[in-house]
Write a protein that binds this ligand. Sequence first.
Ligand SMILES: [Zn+2]
Length: 266
Amino acid sequence: MEITKSNDPYLIQRIAITDNLDNAYLLEVDGICPLCGKYMLLGKGKRMNKKYQIAHIYPNSPTPNEVKQLEGLERLGSNCEDFENKIALCKDCHGYYDDHKTKEEYLDLLKIKKNLTSVSKAKIAASHQDLEQEIILVINALSHIDEESLQKMKLEYQALKISNKIEDTYIILKVKVENYVCIFFNFIKEIFQDLDQAGHIDFGLVASEIKTTFLKCEKEMSSKSEIFRSLVKWLESKAVGSSNEACEAVISYFVQSCEVFHEIAK
Ligand SMILES: [Zn+2]
C-alpha cells in the first residue's frame, strides 16, 4: 500500500528556500559537502558558482520503496520542511542520495545533521560570552592609537547596508559579517560609546585609523575577502593575544558602520 502525504503528518508541501536560509545551510557545513568533503563554491573569474543544493534528509515525496526502507526510523524536525530535516550537499552527493537512499545512508546523513546542529548550538552558546569579554579587550587596545599615524580625512557616516558593500560573490564573507553584525553590533556600539564618553578612547580617531588602514589595503588588494583578512590580522597585531573571532567581530562592526568597503558601484 502506498502511503500518501495525507496520512503521514510529517510530510507537508514543499517550502521554498530563501537566500538567508540558503546561507545558513552553507554556513552550517562550512561550505564543504558533509558527505564527500568537496568545496561547494567554485570561483569562476569574478563569479562564485554554487555547487550545492539543499537536500531533504527524509524525502519530501518518498517513493513506496523509501517509505518501506525508512519506516519507524528517527526523523528530524516536526515536519519534512523544517530546517532540521535539510542539509547542504554537493550536487553529485545530492543526486546519489536521492536516487539510492538506503536505511544506512539515511541514518548516516541524519547523524551528520544531528552533530552539526549540536556543534552550532554549542558554538553559539560558548562563543557569545567569551567573545564579549574579548571584544572589550580588543576595543580597549584600540585606545592606544598613535595619533601621528592618522591622516586627515573626513569620515563618512552613512548607514549603508552590508549587502551594498560586499558583492554576492563573497558569500562566505558576507554571511560571516552579517552574523557578527547581527549578534554584536549593538554591544560593540555601546562599548565604544561608553569608552568614548569616559574619555578612554576617541572613537573618531579609531574610526579614521581603521579607514586609513583599509585604504592602504585596498591599494594592494582587490579581493574583499583578502582585505577583510588583512584588517583582522592588523587588529590582532594591535590587540596582542586577542582571538581571531573578537577581531573579526570588531572589523565587521566597521564594515557595517561604514568605514570599511565602499559601497559597490551599481
Ligand atoms: Zn558531495
